[in-house]
Write a protein that binds this ligand. Sequence first.
Ligand SMILES: Nc1ncnc2c1ncn2[C@@H]1O[C@H](COP(=O)(O)OP(=O)(O)OP(=O)(O)O)[C@@H](O)[C@H]1O
Ligand SMILES: O=C(O)c1ccc[n+]([C@@H]2O[C@H](COP(=O)([O-])O)[C@@H](O)[C@H]2O)c1
Length: 192
Amino acid sequence: MKIGLYFGSFNPIHIGHLVIANHIAEHSDLNQVWFVVTPHNPFKNKRSLLDNYQRLEMVYRATKDYNKLKPSDIEFSLPQPNYTINTLTYLQEKYPDYEFALIMGEDNLKSFHKWKNYELILENHDLYVYPRISKGDIETQFHNHNKVHFIDAPNMELSSTFIRKSIKAGKNVRPMLPEFVWEYLDEMNFYK
Ligand SMILES: Nc1ncnc2c1ncn2[C@@H]1O[C@H](COP(=O)(O)OP(=O)(O)OP(=O)(O)O)[C@@H](O)[C@H]1O
Ligand SMILES: O=C(O)c1ccc[n+]([C@@H]2O[C@H](COP(=O)([O-])O)[C@@H](O)[C@H]2O)c1
């Protein structure tokens, strides 16, 4: 079984995330995509984050009707900030028969050389990289790397930051979120 891990804060999960994950689950050799909800991204400030379980709940609601997409709380019990290498080591021990690959946008590949032990990640895992409009260049070491696979996927330029700011300003964000997520968010008065 080959699993694609899609790491993120998902604060909140939006249709940009869902479209990518579903596209990759349907059009690659991956059997499932797991949305790994990260309690604390080492590169991001924790202040604007909703509680872990509320972000997990939104991912659960967004994916419950897709049998190849699963929410994962695996990082909740691991030391913070969450370095991806630690999570991969833990997952590989817990599921020795599964093969784990990483899914990321081109924006993340541009800073991938700053991730903890990124060479070790690449030794043991494939990276599936989808197009994303962003500044900067991809390091040459990743251009023809046998573990880095550039794949095609629909491009939707949305961000959770834009959604949070829009909600705060009283704007309607409903079409940018999976319907079950919008209902939950609205009911809970998140980001207001
Ligand atoms: N619109 C999008 N289309 C495709 N991938 C996206 C999109 N938005 C974010 N991603 C990717 O999804 C993963 C998780 O993203 P994250 O939860 O940080 O969302 P975000 O929208 O970038 O959040 P924020 O605006 O809070 O920084 C990252 O790999 C990120 O590059
Ligand atoms: O392991 C690292 O050094 C590392 C550094 C930056 C980011 N990450 C992971 O990458 C994921 C996506 O990053 P971001 O910035 O797009 O939200 C995030 O959830 C982190 O788990 C991991």
